[in-house]
Design a protein around this ligand. Structure first.
Ligand SMILES: [Zn+2]
Ligand SMILES: [Zn+2]
Length: 344
């Protein structure tokens, strides 16, 4: 198979011809049709993720058709159209036993703990538990954008953030996660304020449903949100993952507000400062969000099928596998709007 390959961090990946994977007894091999390019792939390539063992194939947001199944797999057959959350649960640890497969003690993350989906084929583990059947009407390019940023945002806005109609929701950062969160919170009936540093990204955020925007390069973010909301947001999401945006997200909340951290906090941001005095005095709630279980997908897929959520609008551009190495290396520049999808 052809695949995007690297044997050193921060060195431009190459396209290599490698042996096709074969399924484990409980796993499946998927022929990748489309796969999303995510900032987590860039973090991995930079060497920020201790799970990655070189040499490596990145890629964790994927959709395709099943090419082979292990002998113990019961629910799937060759040809089924599927996607998968970026964390696959084992099914037998305490977290999986209580339904929290996305924070499994033995989690498998294609593109991090094992080889990923920037390839013609990818091996997935615990197929019966983790694969998700795609609606017939959903394109692979749309489904590929769901498995990481969209599901993490869905879980952050709805499951962790408990977003309610009429609430003010601030979303800091208008990349893939932020745009997804804006769309989902808007669909829930919230009033969403998009925050970013460029007018181009904020204009795109408005097309996703934001009712107000704040350009952090021009005004003080916390003051602007307090003014728009008349005292602070009910729910705020750091969709970027930076010490400054995390701080703004907590500080822009009203009393008893909820902050959800979705953007990864790595390298120098891993121990970001927090205003603990205010968190206590205002009874602020802080939660992390790390993906979503396969069993929560049907709720999201139903909203997509009804047209309440339109993740296809988030796709900014399509590129080929051959274009992926350069695009991966450029992920830190935050250029363009929307999600980049690699058509394999
Ligand atoms: Zn588990
Ligand atoms: Zn991702």
């Amino acid at each position: 198979m052809r695949a995007v390959y690297y044997d050193a961090f921060q060195k431009l990946p190459t396209i290599e011809s490698l042996k096709d994977p074969s399924p484990s007894p409980t796993g499946a091999v998927v022929k990748v049709e489309a796969t999303g390019l995510c900032r987590s792939d860039w973090h991995g390539w930079m060497g920020h993720d201790p799970d990655i063992v070189l040499p490596h194939l990145p890629g964790h947001e994927l959709a395709g058709t099943i090419a082979a199944v292990g002998r113990e797999v019961k629910n799937w057959k060759v040809g089924d159209r599927v996607t998968v959350p970026f964390v696959s649960g084992c099914g037998h640890c305490p977290e999986c036993s209580t339904g929290h497969h996305h924070i499994c003690d033995n989690q498998v993350q294609p593109g991090f703990t094992c080889w990923g989906s920037f390839a013609e084929f990818v091996a997935l583990e615990y197929a019966d538990l983790n694969l998700v059947r795609l609606p017939e009407t959903m394109a692979f390019e749309t489904a590929a954008g769901l498995g990481c940023r969209f599901v993490t945002s869905f879980s952050a806005v709805i499951d962790k953030g408990r977003c309610s109609p009429g609430e003010w929701v601030a979303v800091h950062g208008c990349g893939g996660v932020g745009l997804s969160a804006i769309m989902i919170a808007s669909a829930m009936g919230a009033q969403v304020i998009a925050v970013d540093l460029t007018d181009e990204k904020l204009a795109f955020a408005k097309t996703m449903g934001a009712v107000a925007t704040v350009n952090g390069s021009k005004v003080k973010v916390v003051d602007a949100i307090r003014e728009i909301t008349g005292g602070g947001a009910h729910l705020s999401i750091d969709a970027l993952g930076h010490s400054a945006t995390a701080m703004n997200s907590v500080r822009c909340l009203r009393k008893r507000g909820r902050h959800v951290q979705v953007g990864l906090m790595l390298a120098e941001h891993a121990r970001a400062a927090m205003p603990m005095d205010k968190i206590i005095a205002h009874e602020i709630e802080i939660k992390g969000s790390h993906g979503m279980q396969a069993h929560r997908y049907p709720a999201m897929l139903q909203m997509i099928e009804r047209g309440l959520l339109q993740p296809q609008k988030l796709v900014g551009k399509h590129i080929s596998l051959a274009e992926a190495p350069v695009a991966l290396a450029a992920m830190d520049k935050f250029e363009g709007t929307g999600i980049t999808i690699i058509k394999v």
